[in-house]
Design a protein around this ligand. Structure first.
Ligand code: ATP
Ligand code: MG
Length: 385
């Protein structure tokens, strides 16, 4: 009899080679997530992943870490035993030890149809035994505890808990994206949504030191560290943007500045994306949330993009984004005061409908290529996670 965690993933659409790739990545990510919990081993079976606990594991820590691993549908602390009814009964009783339930129910699933008893027979037999031994009563509708019995061809798993996993796909199975990370509330949530769909996030942040303070930089790194709970080890590229902004301010009309900043950021970001093999940029933009995010303006940013710009929050309300940020754990860091470089030297009423021609005209006095090269020459890389 061994106590272990039994981990299940959503199987929709996962077949053949894809499935092996998915499972291997999930097992690898679980190992990374469980570092420091004292677990003994992660084992891949054909329908589940097992975490063997050994003697030194902290069960509560393991449970807490598993809740955050992308790609897990549900998981439970189980007792694994031989697939015979006597062992199953003993294991079920052991699982109930220490929990003072007044009513219970046993639910059985057989993956092995050659097992001598049917599922209802196993439930009745194990249920009867537990009632006799614990004094609890049977309750099929609203029991205090459900005891799940799963019988496979070479083992039985008994558990009295079912933990909801976070869902999504294992980080890494969907390729890599470069997230344009500001210190605000939105872009960390956008990053998290992509990570949840299995993308590995690498980050880029533009800062305007000395016009903005160093604390803003630390804040963005801290946000990337919070995301590392599910994204694991990654990198953030820090790009000094002040000189470039000065150039834009000196040479272009004020209402266009935010859009010109954003077009320059995008140009620089896609060069960095190419260098790290990221296939898309990700932003925290949400339709019409601010002047630079009207459809017309998004289009003028998009116009210079050579790779997809993904905007996972495009249809979300601010209130929904805030709720997600709170759940993810980035909200408290994001709401600490800071100044984003996009808010520097911009008028109260930026253009909400700038035409592409007008922006191109405004840019015609700039040496765009040289500005991009200069920014790339000065960026710094910091490892997070
Ligand atoms: P956020 O809450 O993410 O800061 P926002 O609502 O403040 O977004 P904007 O300032 O218009 O909106 O920025 C839109 C998006 O542009 C951000 O979500 C982010 O992806 C990107 N962005 C803005 N400023 C920066 C920056 N300094 N560095 C990197 N990306 C940025
Ligand atoms: Mg912002």
């Amino acid at each position: 009899m061994e106590e272990l965690f039994s981990i299940h993933y959503a199987e929709v659409g996962l077949k053949g080679k894809n499935r092996i790739f998915f499972e291997k990545r999930l097992a690898k990510n679980i190992k990374i997530a469980l570092r420091g919990t004292g677990y003994a081993e992660v084992e891949r079976l054909h329908d589940r992943i097992l975490v063997h606990l050994g003697q030194h594991a902290n069960v509560a820590d393991v449970r807490q870490c598993l809740r955050q691993v992308m790609g897990i549908a549900h998981f439970e602390l189980s007792c694994r035993t031989e697939a015979d009814i006597t062992s199953i009964k003993a294991a079920a009783l052991q699982q109930l030890q220490g929990c003072s339930c007044e009513s219970l129910k046993v639910e059985t699933k057989r993956a092995d149809k050659t097992f001598p008893l049917t599922s209802p027979q196993v439930s009745a037999e194990v249920g009867g035994y537990l009632i006799k031994e614990t004094g609890a009563r049977a309750d099929m509708h609203n029991p205090d505890v459900i005891c799940w019995v799963k019988i496979t061809h070479n083992a039985a798993y008994i558990s009295t808990e079912k933990n909801q996993g976070i869902g999504g796909l294992p980080v890494g199975v969907s390729g890599k994206v470069l997230v344009m990370l500001s210190g605000g509330i939105d872009s960390p949530v956008a990053a998290w949504q992509m990570i949840k769909r299995g993308a590995k996030a690498v980050f880029i942040h533009f800062y305007s030191y000395p016009y903005t303070d160093k604390a803003s930089l630390e804040k963005v790194i801290e946000i990337a560290e919070v995301l590392a709970v599910s994204n694991y080890r990654s990198a953030i590229y820090l790009v000094p943007f002040a000189d470039l902004q000065q150039t834009i301010v000196a040479a272009t009309p004020a209402p266009f500045r935010v859009l010109l900043y954003r077009r320059m950021m995008t140009r620089i970001a896609q060069r960095v994306a190419a260098s790290v093999a990221a296939e898309a940029l990700v932003t925290g933009e949400s339709l019409a949330q601010v002047a630079s995010q009207t459809l017309t303006n998004l289009r003028t940013i998009e116009a210079i993009a050579e790779i997809p710009i993904l905007r996972p929050l495009i249809g979300e309300d601010k209130a929904e984004i805030i709720q997600k940020a709170q759940r993810i754990g980035t909200y408290d860091v994001s709401t600490r005061p800071h100044q984003d470089c996009c808010s520097l030297f911009v008028p109260k009423h930026p253009a909400t409908r700038a035409s592409l021609a007008a922006l191109e005209d405004a840019e015609s006095g700039l040496d765009v290529d040289a500005l991009v090269e200069n920014a790339l020459n000065n960026l710094e890389k910091t490892v997070v996670g």
